[in-house]
Design a protein around this ligand. Structure first.
Ligand code: HEM
Length: 230
């Protein structure tokens, strides 16, 4: 029965997936993947541009791992450990979904002495968790990828202090693709070109379901391309 294709004209089917449903699902997939990945890359690249020390660290790592003869490839990513720390640090300070996606509690529960009734709307504030000094120490507001050097904290949903992709069964199913895209795009931008800031980068945010930069980097060129390096 399960293997039989669904017929939209079959009146006996209790739930029918039609063209409209497929279009909505595809629209959801596009919105959940393109916007989020683009916003995350713009934040990370902006932080790197504002921190020449970090830019230099990435350039040196790329020089050592990839060299100047060829382009960065996906297979290089596991060896780019500093880049991985930069991505984690950027998603800590700039989570693309500052409240994740709204959840609902399925039963009454007491957490840390607080009673949460069944059917409560749950918003997980990853933005403030990323800036919490009791978790990240006094320099929580600073962009410091080195804080992850000897740390086991990962962002894949097991360490609750850093969950930019959520956690558990409703966590982001596109996380793996998103992390590869972020690291590869950043690596190629930094490996192929020499960048310099022409102006201060505006880091103000627009709050919403996602958290984009108020001024997109491309709206006004705040950086100059100095040279192509590969
Ligand atoms: C840096 C990029 C991305 C970030 C930061 C991100 C983050 C998130 C977050 C926080 C959620 C909600 C999780 C929760 O509430 O527990 C989510 C859900 C989702 N994401 Fe992503 N995402 C990214 C990229 C992608 C990509 C590339 C895809 C698809 C290819 C994708 C597909 C989805 C879908 C379909 C959901 C809804 C899952 C559900 O409701 O069960 N995301 N994402």
């Amino acid at each position: 029965m399960l293997n039989q294709p669904m017929n939209p004209h079959d009146q006996d089917q209790s739930y029918i997936i039609e063209r409209q449903n497929i279009k909505s699902i595809i629209l959801d997939m596009i919105a959940a993947s393109f916007e989020t990945s683009a916003v995350a890359i713009v934040w990370a690249f902006s932080e790197v541009l504002r921190h020449p020390r970090v830019m230099l660290g990435l350039q040196q790592e790329l020089e050592t791992v990839v060299g100047r003869i060829r382009l960065v490839e996906e297979s290089d990513l596991p060896k780019l450990t500093y880049l991985d720390m930069v991505v984690k640090e950027s998603l800590r300070l700039h989570p693309v979904a500052p409240f994740l996606v709204p959840h609902v509690s399925m039963e009454d529960i007491v957490i840390d002495g607080y009673f949460v009734p069944k059917n409560s709307r749950i918003l997980v504030n990853t933005w403030s968790m990323g800036r919490d000094r009791s978790i990240w120490s006094e320099d929580a507001e600073e962009f410091l990828p080195e804080r992850f050097t000897d740390s086991n904290i990962d962002l894949r949903g097991h360490d609750f202090q850093l969950i930019p992709f959520g956690s558990g069964r409703r966590g982001c199913p596109g996380m793996q693709l998103a992390l590869i895209t972020m690291r590869l795009v950043l690596a190629q931008l930094i490996h192929c070109f020499q960048w310099e800031l022409a102006d201060e980068v505006d880091m103000s945010e627009i709050f919403g379901l996602t958290l984009p930069k108020a001024k997109h980097l491309l709206a006004k060129p705040t950086y100059r391309l100095l040279a192509k390096t590969t």
